[in-house]
Design a protein around this ligand. Structure first.
Ligand code: GLC
Length: 472
């Protein structure tokens, strides 16, 4: 490699060009199918080009966050297409907006979700559960990118997304925290975004899986049929429980009043709640811009409640934040990348953050080739596996949350180190869905949208988030 190419700035430029190409290549005009049989042409960007046939909630947010630094108008359009078509009448934003009634590859498609059972479902095909609520802070980033290029479009964008996202958060506090603890619950590992994290092991073990269910799962699941190696994905037992849980909600017509108390999986997820907090702050800033006094006091109340809630999740002995299993009332003490995400919400003390930064530098959260990459599960956890999805592999979205969290707590050198190595990982191994922390090898699907987008944010984003937190 020539000296010129080794120059980090030149390398970053090349990386931004390559990442933008992937994002463009993954973008599609689809004829999205409605439940009444009609079709409509819209612009979308799925997680990858081969397997995923829909827009996922937190992928859409993260994808457009970085993509908007290159082409904000397109990102605004894709973001709104997702939100506008997928949102339910009760405010829920589902984790998948399907393009077709019968996806060709992806399982479980609409026929299994049966969202038509709910009077709240929209006119399009969606799943019936949600995902980490990144939409608030991602929308704010898109809005700021738009403001620089086309201020008129920025205004109409914020006016459309703000009330919708506020409605989503209202849904979360109303239906997912009826006891008003300040922490909202998830019903399903898919809602966590970190599907097979060992954090769910105990709660899932209470759901027994019969031989028939296992056989059915093996027959139905498509993710490992020639697409991704089996060892890189959740096990059949896990998958059978995933099916059981969403069917449980579908059988109750997705009526939260019934699902919330009855479903065997009900967890106050620390990562989900940290993300919700940051999105509430973003909504507060949007409410300020729009002079919405009611929205300002409402989001302020959300934030106050949440801050109290987080106090319940801190474990002094280990110096980490954990999820709370509402069925047992106990913290789920498994060390994973999720434990560090309250820094992103800015709800930790400085002392707690410093301790977390030290833990991050320990062997548990190091890569084999660098001290600064973050395995999704600690090396000392009994479930650690360098290839198994969220049980060890490195993922850019979780690295992003920790990096921005360290920055927020003023630990900028630590943040810089992880950012630098995240970029090197992508330069070395391409834009993979996830990476092996022992070898840096790319895992899962290739040319992945959120990896490309977040690499652009790292290479080009500057100190945008710092400015935002100074306002919060
Ligand atoms: C997997 C991931 C989830 C992601 C989805 C689409 O299910 O676990 O976090 O949103 O794929 O990329």
């Amino acid at each position: 490699m020539s000296e010129q190419l080794k120059n980090p700035e030149t390398e970053n430029k090349a990386l931004i060009i390559k990442a933008s190409e992937i994002l463009e290549q993954n973008e599609q005009e689809v004829e999205i199918e409605r439940r009444d049989g009609d079709k409509e042409k819209i612009l979308v960007r799925p997680p990858d080009k081969g397997y995923y046939e829909g827009n996922w909630l937190w992928d859409t947010g993260f994808n457009e966050l970085g993509a908007s630094l290159q082409n904000p108008e397109k990102s605004a359009e894709i973001f709104l297409n997702f939100l506008g078509h997928s949102q339910w009448k009760n405010g829920l934003v589902p984790h998948i907006l399907f393009y077709k009634a019968k996806p060709e590859r992806y399982f479980p498609g609409p026929k299994y979700w049966k969202t038509e059972n709910s009077p709240d479902a929209p006119d399009y095909f969606t799943s019936g559960i949600t995902q980490p609520p990144v939409l608030g802070f991602c929308a704010l980033r898109i809005y700021e990118s738009l403001k620089e290029k086309t201020p008129e479009k920025a205004e109409s964008f914020v006016k459309e997304v703000y009330p919708r996202i506020l409605n989503f958060h209202r849904y979360l506090f109303r239906e997912r925290d009826p006891e008003k603890s300040g922490l909202v619950s998830i019903y399903h590992p898919w809602e966590a975004g970190l599907d097979n994290s060992p954090r769910w092991e105990d709660a899932l073990s209470k759901i027994s899986v019969s031989k028939e269910q296992l056989a059915e799962t093996r027959k139905l699941r498509r993710d490992i049929k020639g697409l991704v190696a089996k060892e890189m994905r959740p096990t059949d037992e896990d998958y059978a429980r995933y099916l059981y849980l969403f069917r449980f909600a579908a059988e109750r017509n997705y009526n939260d009043k019934k699902v919330y108390p009855e479903i065997p999986f009900n967890v106050k997820d620390v990562l989900f709640n940290s993300i919700l907090y940051a999105s509430n702050e973003a909504l507060y800033l949007m409410a300020e811009e729009l002079n919405d006094e009611k929205g300002k006091s409402e989001t302020k109340e959300f934030l106050q409640k949440q801050r109290k809630g987080f106090e319940e999740l801190y474990d002094k002995d280990s110096g980490l934040y954990y999820d709370l299993n509402t069925k047992t009332g106990a913290l789920i003490k498994r060390k994973t990348v999720a434990c560090f995400t309250p820094m992103f919400a800015g709800v930790t003390t400085m002392e707690q953050a410093q301790k977390m930064a030290e833990i991050l530098k320990g062997r548990d959260f190091q890569g084999e080739y660098s001290e600064f990459l973050i395995p999704s599960t600690a090396r000392s956890d009994p479930s650690f596996h360098s290839k198994a999805y969220w049980r060890g592999p490195i993922w850019l979205p979780t690295n992003w949350l920790v990096i921005r969290g360290l920055e927020r707590m003023g630990l900028s050198q630590d943040a810089e180190d992880i950012k630098k190595y995240s970029l090197e990982l992508v330069k070395e191994s391409g834009f993979a869905e996830y990476y092996n922390p022992d070898t840096n090898e790319p895992l899962g699907r290739g040319d992945f949208s959120w990896t490309a987008s977040l690499a652009i944010d790292f290479a080009k984003g500057g100190n945008y988030w710092q400015k935002i937190w100074n306002k919060s």
